[in-house]
Design a protein around this ligand. Structure first.
Ligand code: PLP
Length: 405
């Protein structure tokens, strides 16, 4: 009898951003004249930089010649890129990560979703709340969630670690044993970047409880303060308990090109001593045929010194927007968080409104699209996320409209 996996059927409604797109499309239908400013989805707006464009052209030339043509990429990634990451990213941070512990992929989203597949259905999972929705949804798909409890907007069997104003958006660790903990720093959506001692506390917990940390560093390029780690491997003992997932999307603007990677230290094992590195390598080589040659070459270029200068320019462009949003909202009397070591501003919605109410208020009164905090988890209720990824003009226009709302 043909049946789809019933875990997938538990996920009612659409993924957060499809739901927002639907609501915005409905509004546009009834207000075709509306000139919307979108500060909702975390997609970049700056074009690719000149070194990347040159790299792509050069790779295409190679593809056009018989002697340099490339077919299938090695499924774990080209060694030129894995070695460049080991040296330019990790050695520079003082972290011991070997090239063969780096698995190249088409982006962090697929790695984060796919990782949930290689662990047993019985694993107990803790997820900071609010956070990038992929962690929860992929664990529901992997069968680790019970029923969705509408009253508290939480899945049974998943452990939520609330990050709110009361704890400065830093998760408090669970008392019971947890097998897998998801941490995202700088955080999407709160914009909180964990300090070294805060992250070390989580690593110490993981070592003491034999848990695995899945650390999402997609926004590390936005860290400017000293004392905030760019990688979990800056923490002592992290090699023994952590996987790190990274992306070229938000630093170099590869959201359309697609490139990311996952680091799995060789000593990571499950409770029976099985190598997580080996299981992931087996999965990756069976189900994945490698990111395109030209994109991997472009990724290598991002890590060159010219590429890194360009990344710094992109980051400062977006961080100027973050400042405009933060300052503008504060001037209007709103309480805001984030926007300092992260491209997200976490706005506390005015008293008495839900995050979806405030999403509608902004849409109708300012024609500005944000993202309702509840979409990132129950502790996101009462907040709205604005992104710094728009253009300067649009960001300024959004703030002008909000100020007269
Ligand atoms: N991780 C976080 C926290 C994100 O916010 C996003 C995208 O918004 C991703 C991962 C996805 O990155 P990629 O474009 O590499 O799939």
């Amino acid at each position: 009898m043909l049946n789809v996996n019933e875990n997938y059927l538990k996920l009612k409604g659409s993924y957060l951003f499809s739901e927002i797109a639907k609501r915005v499309a409905r509004y546009k239908e009834s207000h075709p004249e509306a000139n919307l400013v979108r500060l909702g989805i975390g997609d970049v707006t700056r074009p690719l930089t000149s070194s990347i464009i040159e790299s792509l052209h050069a790779s295409i030339e190679e593809m056009a010649r018989e002697d340099t043509f490339k077919g299938y990429a090695p499924d774990l990634g080209y060694s030129f890129l894995r070695e460049k990451i080991a040296k330019s990213v990790y050695a520079r941070l003082g972290c011991k990560i070997h090239a063969d512990e780096i698995f190249v992929s088409d982006g962090a989203k697929s790695d984060l979703g796919n990782l949930s597949e290689i662990f047993s259905e019985q694993c107990k999972v803790a997820i900071t709340d609010p956070v990038y929705p992929v962690y929860v949804d992929s664990n529901v798909m992997a069968g680790r969630a019970g029923k969705f409890n509408e009253e508290i907007a939480q899945w049974d069997n998943l452990t939520y670690l609330p990050c709110t104003e009361d704890n400065n958006f830093v998760p408090q660790l669970p008392k019971d044993d947890i097998d897998i903990i998801y941490i995202c720093s700088p955080n999407n959506p709160t914009g909180t970047a964990l300090k070294l001692d805060e992250l070390q506390t989580i690593v110490n917990y993981a070592i003491a409880h034999h848990s695995l940390i899945i650390f999402d560093a997609a926004y590390e390029a936005y860290i400017s303060d000293k004392g905030i780690p760019h990688s979990i491997y800056e923490c002592k003992d992290a090699r023994a308990c952590a996987i790190e997932v990274r992306s070229f999307s938000k630093n170099a603007g590869f959201t359309g090109l697609r490139l990311g990677y996952t680091v799995i230290p060789k000593e990571l094992t499950d409770a029976s001593g099985n190598s997580i590195h080996a299981v992931w390598a087996r999965r990756h080589s069976t189900k994945y045929n490698g990111a395109p040659y030209l994109v991997q070459r472009a990724g290598e270029t991002v890590l060159s010194s010219r590429g890194q200068d360009e990344v710094r320019n992109l980051v400062s462009y977006y961080m100027e927007n973050a400042k405009v949003i933060r300052d503008g909202l504060q001037k209007c009397g709103y309480t805001v968080y984030g926007g300092k070591n992260a491209p997200y501003i976490w706005l506390k919605v005015p008293h008495g409104q839900t995050s979806w109410d405030f999403f509608d208020t902004l849409l109708v009164n300012a024609q500005v699209v944000g993202t309702p905090g509840l979409g990132f988890g129950p502790s996101g209720e009462g907040y709205l996320r604005l992104t710094a990824f728009s253009t300067h003009n649009n960001t300024q226009e959004a703030l002008r409209r909000i100020s007269v709302m």
